[in-house]
Design a protein around this ligand. Structure first.
Ligand SMILES: [Zn+2]
Length: 375
């Protein structure tokens, strides 16, 4: 295990913060796997999974069983982890800029295109090397203007040339679920099955510029831009990425985290980063559904939140999922699902103002456009 602390390029007024990356396996070996936790710094389950992964990987490395290189960043957001107010960790938004820590990752497609469009040929392996080199170069050339941009740059630079990028998150209260871009899905399906995901949400370049999509998106969009040329056929999806939602914020336990780490390890064996024979992939608990088919129920008025369906239940179109009770005048407002699907995530709040997000239901049919990810 090799530990490297990267100082963030633009320091805060409190002085420079550092991002710690932990490396396992042979430097430069393939496949390269990048795993981070806590980009939303108040989402703790992934940090504990990273803790167990570090133990497992340290042991495997000592036995010479790592075939690839694995980069583990257990605390991906040292800025957010220091943001507390009234004893509460506020790790989703940067308090200085108001920006969501998992949005606004720069789109380097044009920069990569300018560097490689003339030189791509029919050789898949050569193209992968060229594109990775161009992407790393473009990131290096980017001058961040703030500490949070420095964090984005550092994370992207660590992950940009990885074959596999796993970003460990969680929802407020939720079942295990998983976001990925459609072009990555065929190769990541077994990871979702190992993790016993109840919902998989697929998109193609959802607006918001999240970390995972900023990396995997370069590849399939480059192939798209090349159109029907022979070169487009020679562009592999050489970076697979996923955002894994490890249930809810309070779902932090040794039992679940150690099990999740072991399941990720099964996938790393299948992926060729770890030696060993993986267990058979368990039967899928769900079919993938479009992110644009996920319905977010929003409070039409303020009130006490009373859930009328269990998390993880199938709900029908028109079914009441939440009742909002106005304790002052006794008015009760039902909030219904507009789609049939799995009730997979809900707020932790039990009193909300009008406009608050209450619950999410994964429907099978895409119906939304525009901003697909939550705030
Ligand atoms: Zn998150």
């Amino acid at each position: 295990m090799r530990v490297v602390d990267f100082p963030l390029e633009v320091p805060s007024e409190d002085g420079p913060r550092q991002l710690r990356a932990t490396y396992f396996g042979v430097p430069g070996a393939r496949p390269k796997v990048y795993i981070q936790a806590g980009l939303h710094a108040d989402e703790i389950p992934g940090m504990l999974v990273a803790h167990y992964l570090r133990e497992l990987l340290t042991d495997l490395e000592s036995k010479g069983l790592l075939t690839g290189e694995i980069v583990l960043v257990p605390v991906a957001n040292p800025i957010g982890l220091e943001q507390t107010l009234h004893h509460q960790l506020l790790g989703r938004y940067d308090l200085r800029s108001g920006e969501n820590f998992n949005r606004y990752y720069p789109d380097f497609l044009d920069a990569v295109w300018q560097r490689v469009s003339e030189s791509l040929g029919k050789d898949v392996t050569e193209n992968v090397l060229k594109i990775r080199g161009a992407l790393n170069d473009a990131i290096d050339q980017w001058t961040p203007g703030s500490e949070v941009q420095s964090l984005r740059k550092t994370l992207m630079r660590l992950a940009a040339d990885a074959d596999l990028v796993l970003d460990l998150h969680c929802d407020a209260e939720s079942v295990m679920h998983f976001y990925t871009e459609s072009p990555c899905w065929p190769q990541l399906k077994s990871l979702a099955d190992y993790l016993r995901c109840r919902v998989v949400l697929l998109s193609r370049q959802a607006p918001g510029q999240s970390f995972d999509e900023s990396l995997s998106g370069v590849w399939w969009r480059l192939a798209d831009r090349l159109g029907t040329s022979q070169s487009s056929e020679a562009i592999a999806q050489a970076c697979l990425s996923a955002t894994i939602e490890l249930r809810g914020q309070a779902d932090v336990s040794d039992q679940q985290a150690s099990q999740d780490a072991l399941q990720i390890l099964q996938f790393l064996m299948r992926f060729g980063a770890v030696q060993g024979i993986p267990e058979d992939v368990p039967e899928a608990l769900c079919q993938a559904t479009p992110l644009a088919g996920s319905h977010t129920l929003v409070a039409p008025s303020a009130g006490v939140v009373v859930f009328r369906a269990d998390l993880g239940a199938d709900v029908g179109k028109g079914q009441t999922v939440v009742r909002l009770v106005d304790p002052k005048d006794g008015v009760v407002t039902p909030v219904c699902s507009e789609v049939s699907g799995l009730f997979y995530a809900r707020t932790r709040e039990r009193y909300v103002q009008a406009g608050a997000e209450l619950a999410k239901v994964a429907g099978r049919v895409a119906f939304r456009t525009g901003e697909l990810l939550g705030a």
